[in-house]
Write a protein that binds this ligand. Structure first.
Ligand SMILES: Nc1ncnc2c1ncn2[C@@H]1O[C@H](COP(=O)(O)OP(=O)(O)OP(=O)(O)O)[C@@H](O)[C@H]1O
Length: 231
């Protein structure tokens, strides 16, 4: 569904991604893992068009994505939950969620009920300003906002960073439900092994700006963990 071929990316003179290849199958749930600074966030930002590539190509269902601007990518069906959530703190929960509506192909006027079924807390707090929510609630809002566009692929950058355990569990349940029951393709950066194993069906390990191992989650063994994840 998504194919990244030989992608190079650099910040000024510093190259971060080196001939990176990544294949994501439709309906899969893939955890991108690796130590700090290996380029995981850079990879997702590159996929979203927030950073330009200097070589290679990115394809979504066979169509070139790398030639599209960041604004053009969401309407193609990519929902993105950035690191740090990046909700709009001065807008209400409802206003944050509504931002995704114009992107939908069906031009729905209302926030789909599904969002509130997945995250009932958002319904309770519709009139509250995003900035007044707890970190966990903000993360649920960020995921809800990404889902409002009715994406084909949901991309999450460390959704559990700094979130309390009961919300981490809820977020895991939502990802599992969307992937297993609705076949939504999910790509997430995840540092916590327990969560990755619970939610992910596949893993991709990164080191020095490249994917160095790719397999089913069941095959993430101690040797790979020691080599690419242990600190
Ligand atoms: N805006 C930037 N300008 C220059 N270098 C950057 C910039 N953002 C990130 N980098 C560098 O790119 C490299 C990869 O960073 P990136 O955030 O993609 O790694 P990561 O694997 O997501 O790490 P983490 O787990 O810490 O988020 C790091 O060396 C980082 O210092």
């Amino acid at each position: 569904m998504i194919r990244i071929n030989q992608v190079d990316q650099r910040y000024g003179g510093t190259q971060i991604l080196w001939g990176l290849n990544l294949d994501i199958a439709e309906g899969s749930c893939t955890c991108i893992m690796g130590r700090n600074g290996v380029g995981k966030t850079t990879l997702l930002k590159t996929l979203m068009g927030l950073l330009p590539i200097s070589a290679g190509e990115i394809l979504l269902q066979g169509q070139a994505l790398h030639t599209q601007t960041a604004e053009q990518r969401a309407p193609l069906g990519i929902g993105y939950v950035p690191q740090g959530r990046e909700i709009f703190p001065l807008l209400t929960v409802e206003e944050n969620l509504r931002l995704g509506l114009p992107v939908r192909t069906d031009k729905a006027k209302d926030i789909p009920d599904k969002i509130f079924e997945l995250f009932p807390v958002l319904h309770d707090m519709l009139a509250r300003r995003g900035g007044d929510l707890s970190g966990g609630q903000q993360q649920q809002l960020a995921i809800g906002r990404a889902l409002v566009i009715d994406p084909k692929v949901l991309i999450l950058d460390e959704p559990n960073e700094g979130i309390q355990p009961n919300i981490v569990k809820q977020i895991g349940d939502v990802i599992l439900k969307l992937n297993a029951e609705e076949g939504l393709t999910v790509i997430l950066i995840e540092q916590k092994l327990g969560f990755a194993r619970r939610v992910g069906k596949e893993f991709r390990l990164m080191e020095k700006g490249q994917i160095v191992a790719a397999d089913k989650m069941d095959n993430l063994n101690d040797e790979l963990i020691r080599q690419y994840l242990a600190v």
